[in-house]
Each structure stands twice: as structure tokens, then as C-alpha cells.
Design a protein around this ligand. Structure first.
Ligand SMILES: Nc1ncnc2c1ncn2[C@@H]1O[C@H](COP(=O)(O)OP(=O)(O)OP(=O)(O)O)[C@@H](O)[C@H]1O
Length: 233
């Protein structure tokens, strides 16, 4: 569904050149939870930016279904990002002066009506239908992240990209978030979690380990654990 082929990414700042990614290839499939695992500085954010169409690789190709997207125009890449990709960020990125329901509605409006999910359904999916009229600062961190997940799901994304989604949460709250994300994969939607926490790999269908900008290993897990089955330490 989403395929990176021989991706390299080089940043140049003045005379300094950084090879953030080097010949990276892997595929992301719908109905799967993929975990991209790597230490700080290994190139995870660079990879997410390329997967989401926010940035382009220096060399290599990104294919969505059968279409190479990294050579598309800026406008087409924006359409891909708006219509196909849902985001969940470490620090939630909710709009503080909009109510919960409004935060979710804003994303739904990015896609045509046929793909818009009812706001109430999205909030029910994350167990927050009673909080639709609250503002973000009236919620806990875990609740804010659940709103962020509802917001991402409101446009029925084909790829749900989650960048350290529990990085600001305690262990118990993190488990709730991982449960929701594991439940969000479906035949149309691939879920991707980027993290440095190796424990998360146990709930993944596919794990992509990266180090120093290179794919160290891709492993498939026929029987991923449920969140309850993992020993979170
Ligand atoms: N815009 C940029 N300009 C120059 N160098 C960059 C830029 N973005 C990232 N880098 C460099 O590319 C390398 C990979 O960075 P990246 O942010 O992708 O890693 P990461 O695994 O996401 O790290 P972290 O977990 O700390 O966020 C690092 O050496 C970083 O300094």
C-alpha cells in the first residue's frame, strides 16, 4: 500500500552534510500496526515526514498504491497528506480555543463527505462522547491524546501516523492509547507508531528497526500480543 524504495535523505546546513536516511526500503500494509523503532537521531522523524508527504526524499521513491508520490507537484502532495494521512503527535497539538467536538470536526472537513466519520462516533470510539463540549485544557493528557486519535480517525485516513504518541504519558495511560491505536487498524487503514520504546514492538504486526539512518531489520509478527498481554515493566 505504502512503499519506500531505496530512500535516502541528506540535509545540508552550510557546509555540513547530514545523511539522515540511507537506502531505506520497506512496505506498510493496511490492517496492520507497524512499529518503527529506533534510538534518538536514527532518522525516525525524517522517515515520518517522507511517509506523510511533508518532505521529499533526496533519492528513492515513495509509492502509494501504484502511484509514485514523491515526484508529484506540491499541490498533489498536499492533497495526499490532507486526504489520506492522519496524524497523532506526542504533545497532541489540539487547538486550545476550540471545544473537543470542534477539534475533531476540523479534520473531518478536509475530506469529502463520503469519507467523513460522524464526530460522535469518533468520540465514542475513544470513550469521550461525554466531553465533546470541553476545551482541551479541561482534559488530562491521556484524554487529550484520545481526542487527537478521534480527530485523526474523523477523516477515515488510509495511513495513521503516530509520532511517539505516548511520549508524554504515564505507563497506564499509555496502555489505553496503544489499545486504541491497535484497534484502529482496519482493511482500509494502516497504523504506524514511531517510537524509541522496544516494548511497543510486541503489539505490532510488523516492526522496522532503524539505526543510524538505515533499516537494521524488518520483522513480521503473525501473532502480535494484545496490550494487556505485554509486560510493560
Ligand atoms: N532539517 C534538518 N536539517 C539538518 N539536519 C537534520 C534536519 N532534520 C534532521 N536532521 C538530522 O538528521 C538526523 C536524523 O534526525 P531525525 O530527527 O529524523 O531522528 P529521530 O530518530 O527522529 O530523532 P529523535 O527521536 O531524537 O526525534 C539527525 O542527525 C538530525 O540532526
Amino acid at each position: 500500500m505504502l512503499k519506500l524504495s531505496h530512500i535516502s535523505k541528506t540535509y545540508q546546513t552550510g557546509t555540513e552534510v547530514t545523511h539522515a536516511l540511507n537506502d531505506v526500503s520497506f512496505e506498510i500494509q493496511p490492517n496492520q500496526l507497524t512499529v518503527i523503532l529506533g534510538p534518538s537521531g536514527s532518522g525516525k522523524s525524517t522517515m515520518l515526514n517522507i511517509l506523510s508527504g511533508m518532505d521529499r526524499p533526496t533519492t528513492g521513491s515513495v509509492t502509494y498504491d501504484v502511484k509514485v508520490i514523491n515526484t508529484e507537484s506540491d499541490q498533489q502532495l498536499t492533497e495526499y497528506r490532507k486526504k489520506m494521512v492522519g496524524f497523532v503527535f506526542q504533545f497532541y497539538n489540539l487547538i486550545s480555543n476550540l471545544m473537543v467536538a470542534e477539534n475533531v470536526a476540523i479534520t473531518a472537513q478536509l475530506v469529502s463527505k463520503q469519507y467523513q466519520q460522524p464526530i460522535n462516533d469518533c468520540l465514542a470510539q475513544v470513550g469521550l462522547q461525554q466531553r465533546e463540549q470541553n476545551f482541551p485544557d479541561q482534559l488530562s493528557g491521556g484524554e487529550m491524546q484520545r481526542v487527537a486519535i478521534a480527530r485523526a480517525l474523523a477523516k477515515h485516513p488510509r495511513v495513521l501516523l503516530c509520532d511517539e504518541p505516548t511520549g508524554a504519558l504515564d505507563t497506564q495511560t499509555s496502555q489505553q492509547v496503544f489499545k486504541l491505536l491497535q484497534a484502529s487498524k482496519n482493511p482500509q487503514t494502516a497504523v504506524v507508531i514511531v517510537t524509541h520504546n522496544p516494548l511497543v514492538a510486541q503489539i505490532a504486526d510488523r516492526v522496522i528497526r532503524i539505526r543510524d539512518g538505515e533499516v537494521e531489520k524488518v520483522s513480521d509478527n503473525a501473532n502480535p500480543l494484545t496490550v494487556e498481554e505485554v509486560d510493560w515493566g
